[in-house]
Design a protein around this ligand. Structure first.
Ligand code: ARG
Length: 563
């Protein structure tokens, strides 16, 4: 049963407010003494010209109390205490019936959301910063899907720009073919760095590179073939990382994809008299909005990053007719997106208000003991490898007999890293500390995964359950708190998608795991005389297991059956 809905209807019978307005006002109180749901009467007070306390008092008397243990008024609040047995029955039966799809809704039915995430640069290493956008975007993608939206996951690859002219020049001079095949990104990075060193001494290299990019832009066959090779080789490496992470995309349309779609944008801006010349470049002035001008064409007529983003936004609107278009990109690019969205607005595209930049912080390390191959850049590959190795060490110590140790270590290690990225609100920087991240205690990925495995082990020992389930028996504080947290899943998904903040779900799954452990530490499940109580508690364990699994799934983290 949807209690918020039920309560809204009960209140609706006595007041003059729309049902969905009432529903939005209903809160989940922070303390159990304040009930399971609360309705604040402030808004009614304005309409009814009575004090909120008085309204709460009157409503308490007149509302139908069926299905509730009691209804109380506390100051301006009306507090609802649900009937625990009914609540447990409704919740657990729904979780068990829905299974893997528990938490799904149709909030987003008929609406399409574009989520752009990851978007690494071709021929550049995939470093620890890229996991931030990848993990947040992947999780938002899954959450929107869960809410019934039609979601398009886009990897806006950085596969275009003058750097490709430089790479072509560097390739023709210094490439080591064997190294390129073996470790493509390392080799491409090496020759790219070399290009910059050499161009310091011989600036004519820059002219050649510019020419090479021009060739690429105009579809020269040789240049295009090389570009394609760099792209394919890099993608192959990226895909290995995506595989480990279990991340997928619906579209790999990167910057190059818009090469032939920019003229339209430039012409449109020209027609609308938005383009002006500034130091030889074509720009849209934004000083009225306290922003530097948005450069659309450089002095030599070449497009830039922003031009491609303008074209991409228009393309996405035209192709997907989105309800929302989300860009998961680091906070340092906030100004860039503000400029792009403003230019779209000035060009009369009112849908620019549906474009949202989702920023995030930096990744730092408490102990810089991570091995690095490329100077100061920490590769994600290395980070994940280290996480897996360290987890394997822990398993070898704690549970050396475990089957599929490698597989388990991979899921826990990678899960621990993803969990760390999604644990705090995304604008905050992450400080990496192995000890903390991989700990089985505290608010970590392994702690949640361990709770799952623990629940699983209880179930595997539960044989010959013959008692009849009776939800009234789940009356203890720990049981009821756990049931309540299981019932809260949909709410939390909604909050997380509204705020575009996966950490809300990370916090939630920690809460469920904690509530589960509290319950299990306080109450027996298997060692019970009362067969009916045993059967009932087992169904509570089963549903906890299911909710932890579903929530982790939305974060992009796999569960393990044993650990
Ligand atoms: N490739 C860029 C980078 O690594 C990020 C692209 C962000 N997305 C966009 N639509 N501009 O910095």
């Amino acid at each position: 049963m949807d209690y918020k809905n039920k309560i809204s209807e009960l209140i609706k019978a006595h007041v003059d407010l729309e049902i969905n307005v009432i529903e939005k006002l209903i809160e989940i109180p922070p303390k159990p003494e304040m009930g399971d749901y609360a309705f604040p009467c402030f808004q009614l007070s304005k309409i009814m010209r009575k004090s909120p306390n008085m309204i709460a008092e009157t409503l308490k008397e007149s509302i139908d109390k069926e299905g509730f243990e009691r209804i109380e008024s506390l100051g301006p609040y009306l507090n609802f205490f649900v009937d625990k047995g009914t609540f447990a029955k409704n919740t657990i039966e729904k979780v068990l019936k829905d299974g893997d799809s528990y938490g799904s809704s149709n909030i987003g039915e008929g609406k399409r959301v574009c989520v752009e995430y990851s978007s690494p640069n071709i021929a550049k290493p995939f470093h620890v910063g890229h996991l931030f956008t990848t993990a947040i975007g992947n999780s938002l993608y899954k959450m929107f899907k869960k809410e019934g939206y039609d979601v398009v996951g886009i990897n806006h690859l950085g596969d275009w720009g003058t750097q490709f002219g430089k790479l072509i020049s560097a390739y023709s001079r210094w490439v080591d073919e064997e190294a390129l095949e073996k470790a493509p990104i390392d080799e491409l990075l090496r020759i790219y760095v070399k290009f910059h060193e050499e161009a310091e001494k011989d600036p004519s290299l820059n002219d050649e590179a510019r020419l090479n990019f021009k060739k690429l832009e105009t579809g020269d066959e040789k240049a295009t073939a090389l570009w394609k090779r760099f792209r394919d080789l890099s993608l192959k490496e990226f895909e290995r990382v995506y595989d480990i992470l279990g991340v997928e995309f619906d579209s790999l349309a990167g910057e190059a994809f818009y090469n032939d779609k920019m003229d339209v944008v430039v012409n449109e801006l020209k027609d609308k008299k938005l383009l002006v010349e500034s130091n030889g470049a074509q720009v849209v002035m934004l000083d009225e909005y306290n922003m530097p001008p948005c450069i659309v064409l450089k002095g030599d007529g070449a497009s830039i990053y922003a031009t491609r983003d303008l074209a991409a936004a228009m393309y996405r609107k035209k192709t997907y007719d989105f309800y929302k278009s989300i860009y998961v990109v680091g906070t340092p690019q906030a100004l860039h997106f503000k400029q792009v969205f403003k230019v779209l607005e000035l060009a009369g595209h009112e849908w620019s208000k549906d474009c949202v930049h989702v920023g995030f912080g930096l990744v730092k390390f408490a102990d810089r003991k991570l091995s690095t191959r490329n100077g100061s850049i920490i590769l994600l590959d290395d980070l994940l490898k280290e996480a897996i190795e360290k987890t394997l060490e822990v398993i070898n110590e704690k549970n050396p007999e475990l089957e599929n140790k490698e597989e388990v270590a991979k899921k826990i290690g990678v899960g621990a890293v993803i969990f760390t990225y999604l644990k705090n609100s995304r604008e905050k920087d992450i400080v990496f500390d192995w000890k903390e991240i991989l700990s089985f205690e505290g608010e970590t990925g392994p702690y949640v995964q361990y709770s799952y495995a623990r629940a699983n082990s209880i179930l595997s020992k539960a044989e010959n359950i013959c008692g009849e389930v009776d939800y009234k028996k789940l009356s203890s504080k720990e049981e009821f708190e756990l049931v309540k947290s299981l019932a809260n899943f949909n709410n939390q998904i909604k909050l997380a998608t509204d705020k575009l903040e996966p950490s809300i779900l990370t916090r939630y799954v920690i809460e469920v795991a904690k509530a589960f452990n509290k319950f299990y530490n306080a109450h027996s499940v298997l060692n019970l005389e009362d067969e009916s109580l045993k059967a009932t508690r087992i169904s509570l364990v089963k549903s906890s297991l299911q909710v932890i699994k579903n929530a982790l799934e939305l974060l992009g983290i796999d569960v393990v059956q044993k650990m």
